[in-house]
Design a protein around this ligand. Structure first.
Ligand code: HEM
Length: 241
């Protein structure tokens, strides 16, 4: 194992995860007015609906797919699905949603750079983020032909093993990647780097996107009755105004 591999796949993941979690907390605490998706819809609605929808559908599927696919231990699913079949499933679904996301982010990047109003109103981080997401999706798609070279799922098990070693703080994670192609490694490095820059960009809106699920279990609102001046408990949906 080279020193670089050891650092990038043994230590760097923890640096990225710490900055992601602590950085998000500090940004939320100190800078709530900047905590937003920073939509540019008011500057130009054109291309946004198609680009943004394609991108979000693709990337949200990939986010859940990567999380559950990489972090579910092999023994939990081996009775139901073999490693080879799981890999094929990941290649087909990841390829499909990866293409959707890639088409979407290409439209968003083109829109951001080609429209003067949007370009002038963009922060450097807005453009850098879209370029990084474009590269990350392209690299992810480039791993599919490589996975097709070992359809038994053996490489997928090693990559998932790496992620599981990292989140469970086990030693020996970088060694699992000894035979991994540089394309996989680059995809993983860039993926971790996106977590690293997360708190400093508009990506913080992803926390809020998932936070909206709390609406489903939110408590009743307290509503004051106009006639009696009494305080009643009534769900918002039953309030005529
Ligand atoms: C959790 C669910 C999410 C919700 C509810 C959400 C919502 C939004 C909204 C309302 C906007 C602004 C309007 C627009 O540009 O479409 C936006 C923009 C954006 N979102 Fe999300 N988002 C989510 C997840 C994600 C994820 C997982 C990523 C990437 C990893 C992401 C990356 C972006 C980017 C890069 C933009 C800017 C697009 C541009 O204007 O160039 N979002 N999102």
């Amino acid at each position: 194992m080279s020193y670089l591999d050891n650092f990038l796949f043994g230590y760097y993941p923890y640096i990225c995860l710490s900055v992601f979690l602590i950085g998000s907390l500090i940004r939320f605490d100190r800078d709530q007015y900047t905590w937003k998706s920073d939509s540019s819809q008011l500057l130009r609605a054109g291309q946004l609906r198609l680009g943004s929808n394609l991108f979000h559908v693709g990337v949200l599927f990939l986010l859940f797919g990567h999380t559950f696919g990489m972090l579910t231990p092999h023994f939990l699913y081996e009775a139901v699905i073999s490693a080879g079949t799981k890999q094929l499933l990941a290649m087909v679904s990841g390829g499909l949603f990866g293409l959707l996301g890639f088409a979407g982010v290409s439209i968003l990047l083109h829109r951001r750079l080609s429209d003067d109003r949007i370009r002038i109103n963009s922060k450097t981080s807005d453009v850098v983020l879209l370029v990084l997401l474009w590269l990350q999706l392209a690299l992810g798609l480039a791993t599919i032909p490589l996975s097709a070279q070992h359809l038994d799922g053996s490489m997928m098990l090693k990559l998932a093993g790496w992620a599981q070693h990292i989140v469970t703080f086990q030693a020996g994670a970088p060694e699992l990647l000894e035979e991994a192609s540089p394309v996989f490694k680059l995809h993983m490095f860039l993926g971790m780097s996106i977590f690293l820059i997360f708190p400093f960009t508009r990506l913080v809106h992803v926390w809020s996107g998932f936070g909206t699920a709390a609406y489903l279990v939110r408590p009743y609102q307290l509503v004051r009755s106009r006639r009696l001046g009494l305080v009643e408990r009534e769900p918002l949906s039953r309030n005529p105004r």
